[in-house]
Design a protein around this ligand. Sequence first.
Ligand SMILES: NC(=O)c1ccc[n+]([C@@H]2O[C@H](COP(=O)([O-])OP(=O)(O)OC[C@H]3O[C@@H](n4cnc5c(N)ncnc54)[C@H](OP(=O)(O)O)[C@@H]3O)[C@@H](O)[C@H]2O)c1
Length: 248
Amino acid sequence: MRLAIAGGTGLTGSRIDAVARARGHETVVLARSTGVELLSGAGMRGVLEGVDAVIDATDVATAKPDVSVSFFAGVTKTLLAAERAAGVSHHLALTIVGADAAPDGYYAGKLVQERLVAAGSIPWTILRTTQFHEYAALLFHRGRAGAHVAPRGRVQPIAVDEVAAHLVDLAEQAPAGRARDLGGPQEESLADMIRRYARAIGFRGPIPLVSVPGTWGRALRTGALLPRPDARRGTQTFTDWLDALPDA
Ligand SMILES: NC(=O)c1ccc[n+]([C@@H]2O[C@H](COP(=O)([O-])OP(=O)(O)OC[C@H]3O[C@@H](n4cnc5c(N)ncnc54)[C@H](OP(=O)(O)O)[C@@H]3O)[C@@H](O)[C@H]2O)c1
C-alpha cells in the first residue's frame, strides 16, 4: 500500500512511518519540515497521487479551544479536500479517549476533527486512544526548573508503538468508522507517573501534588478519561516503559 502520514515526523507519526515501512508499505510524510503546510495547503500539489490511505497524526500544543479548533479543523479540511481530488479511499484520524468529557480546551479541536471526518465524503476510521506513556515526560518537562507539579489524575497510558502498529493495522483494513478505543494495560496515577519519570531521569527536587482546575482537570481526576471495559488493551505497562528509558 501507499500510505500518507500527516504529522509523520512527530512522536506518533514517526512510529507509524517506521511500522508501515517495516511492513513493506510505501510512505509519504506530510509535515512542515518535509515541505507541506497543512493549514494553508502549501506543498500539497501531487503528494497524494496513488495514495490508498491517509493517517492523520498531526498535533498542536495548546490548551486554548479556539487554537485547537482552528488547527484541527484547518488540517482536516485541507486533507479531506486533497484526498477527494486524488481519489484516496480511506482517511484515518487519531483522537483521544474521553474527548467529549472535557470539550472546553484542547479537546474541543479533537471533537471538531472527529465531526468533520465523520461528516466527510472519504470513508473513514477514527481511533481514540488514551494518553501515551510519554505524557508523563511531557508534563514534567513543561514545568520549568523548580516549578514541576504532579496533577491528580486517573489515566491508563498506552505505548505509542502499540498505537502506531494498530493504526497501520486499521489502514490495511476497510474503513471501520469509530474503531474500538485503545487503552493501556492498567490504570495509573498521573502524579505517580510524573514523579517516577522524574526520579528515573535523576531529578531529586520536590514535585507537589496539584489539582488542575476546570472541566478537563475534573475529567482527569474523576476517571472520565479512562477507557471503558470494552476497549482494546495494549500490553506495555508504564513500568516497562520506564525500565526501557535510556537513562533509567
Ligand atoms: N500525546 C498523547 O498522549 C496522545 C494521546 C492520544 C492521542 N493523541 C493524538 O496523537 C496525535 C499526534 O500527537 P503527537 O504527540 O505524536 O504529535 P507531535 O509529536 O507534536 O507531532 C505533531 C506532528 O504534526 C506536524 N505538524 C504540526 N503542525 C503542522 C502543520 N501546520 N502542517 C503540517 N504538519 C504539521 C509536525 O511536524 P512539523 O512540525 O514538521 O510540521 C509533527 O510531525 C495528536 O492528534 C494527538 O491528539 C496524543
